[in-house]
Design a binder for this molecule. Structure first.
Ligand code: CA
Length: 220
């Protein structure tokens, strides 16, 4: 497990990194909030301070949640109920008031690790069938009416992400972030190109619905 520490105070960040290292947990430190938006894929858990020099931690959390489900533990001096509720509603998984005891922080990180291990152990469905369309996620193949259809890597990735939860909207940012590894640069055109190609190979309109200003949805 690797923990991302978003904390502007050198003393606090250093103490946490040392405490984690003593338990053989690797960490990486960022002193600005926006850094986690481009580095979140490096980490399994994020410890997020709210009082940061560049952006408020709650804004960082909201932006992070548009592209990532990485577990976030907020660690802050603010202990008023309103802030705690806002933070949890903005997508934090846990909340600790500073100064946090190292043993408690570790126990909470371990609890998140156990939850992640449980969800990773749940078997994912390998083949999904929608009428005559069969998508095999194990062999990464698509057949329509029994005929194999060749998809590129990116086209299949797009299809697989839309099928994670058929019927649910997936944002353009989530797709770009997961498939291209960056939601914040100009891969937007690339996404359009691959989505158009995927749609034409599926050969029927309406299967992938565009949600204007947001993203896409698998409708079958
Ligand atoms: Ca701070």
């Amino acid at each position: 497990m690797r923990v991302g520490i978003v904390e502007d105070d050198d003393g606090v960040a250093g103490a946490i990194a040392d405490g984690l290292a003593m338990h053989r947990i690797k960490s990486g430190r960022m002193s600005r909030g926006l850094d986690i938006l481009t580095r979140h894929q490096e980490f399994d858990v994020v410890l997020l301070d709210l009082g940061l020099p560049d952006v408020d931690g709650i804004d960082v959390l909201r932006q992070l949640r548009r592209v990532s489900l990485v577990p976030v533990v907020v660690l802050t001096a603010r202990d008023d109920e309103r802030t705690i509720v806002r933070t949890l509603r903005s997508g934090a998984d846990d909340y600790l008031v500073k100064p946090a005891r190292m043993a408690e922080l570790l126990a909470r990180i371990e609890a998140i690790g156990r939850r992640m291990a449980r969800s990773a152990a749940a078997p994912a469905p390998v083949a999904r069938t929608f009428g005559d369309i069969v998508v095999d996620l194990g062999s990464r193949s698509l057949t329509i009416g029994g005929e194999p259809v060749q998809l590129t890597t990116k086209e299949f990735d797009l299809l697989a992400m839309l099928l994670e939860e058929p019927g649910a909207a997936v944002s353009r940012q989530q797709l770009m972030d997961r498939i291209w590894g960056d939601a914040f640069v100009a891969v937007s055109r690339s996404l359009d190109v691959h989505m158009n190609a995927l749609r034409s190979k599926l050969g029927r309109s309406g299967l992938i619905e565009t949600i204007r200003g947001f993203g896409y949805r698998w409708t079958a």
